[in-house]
Write a protein that binds this ligand. Structure first.
Ligand SMILES: *Cc1c(COP(=O)(O)O)cnc(C)c1O
Length: 222
């Protein structure tokens, strides 16, 4: 049995205070999450809407929930009232849906644009060309309740830290390019979400502002 409280405390000592830790609690039980909460930690990430909804009401109301996995447009309305940040905006269609659901309830929702930086084919995300095309489009100017706060990406699942570093550096370059070209006047565009259990040290060295970590805290998922 992993000592969840001890793990989170020791992990926080390895992360600079300027970097936000999202504790990834997908597949973990309510009691596991409560144990993490006992340390005072209140930022958690889930990748499935149904699972998030089923656990949320049994947990402290002051938890900041982050959605980190692929999101279907028909699920957005269920999380719109409370979600703190959606890291996984991977299409214009999804961004528009988030914006319209947010508008309905008069709430701004923080979003990150997810980029495909890994070698694996299966991972979701924009290419830089797709993102630029979206941002320069007429429709994009109508987006006002979905607040774009930065970018997110996942590196290839590999032990080759040199490759991981190259991919994080690429994402960091996209972040700076978009900031410079399109979001210079928007101080809220400031987040670079990258780094998981196996690669967070490299991610932080490459400029990450948010790390999303599950296994180190909760143990391996079965
Ligand atoms: C599961 C997951 C994580 C955390 O992975 P660990 O290797 O357990 O730290 C981070 N980001 C996303 C998008 C995930 O799906």
């Amino acid at each position: 049995m992993p000592d969840i409280a001890a793990n989170i405390i020791s992990l926080k000592k390895q992360i600079p205070s300027s970097v936000k830790l999202v504790a990834v609690s997908k597949t973990m039980s309510v009691s596991d999450i409560l144990e993490a909460c006992s340390t005072g930690h209140r930022i958690f990430g889930e990748n499935r809407v149904q699972e998030l909804l089923s656990k949320k009401d049994e947990l402290p109301g002051d938890i900041e929930w982050h959605l980190i996995g692929h999101l279907q447009t028909n699920k957005v309305r269920f999380i719109a009232p409370f979600i703190r940040m959606i890291h996984s905006v991977d299409s214009f269609k999804l961004l528009k849906t988030i914006d319209s659901e947010a508008k309905k309830i008069d709430r701004q929702i923080d979003c990150l644009l997810q980029f495909h930086i890994a070698q694996e084919e299966t991972k979701f995300g924009f290419s830089i060309e797709e993102a630029v095309k979206m941002i320069e489009s007429e429709d994009f100017r109508q987006i006002s309740f979905a607040r774009i706060c930065g970018v997110m990406g996942m590196a290839t699942f590999t032990d080759d830290m040199n490759q991981v570093r190259i991919e994080f550096r690429k994402l960091s370059g996209y972040f700076r390019e978009l900031k410079e070209k399109y979001f210079r006047q928007i101080p809220g565009f400031c987040e670079l979400s990258m780094g998981m259990s196996g690669d967070f040290v490299t991610a932080i060295e490459e400029g990450s502002t948010i790390v999303r970590i599950g296994s180190i805290i909760f143990g391996n998922r079965s």
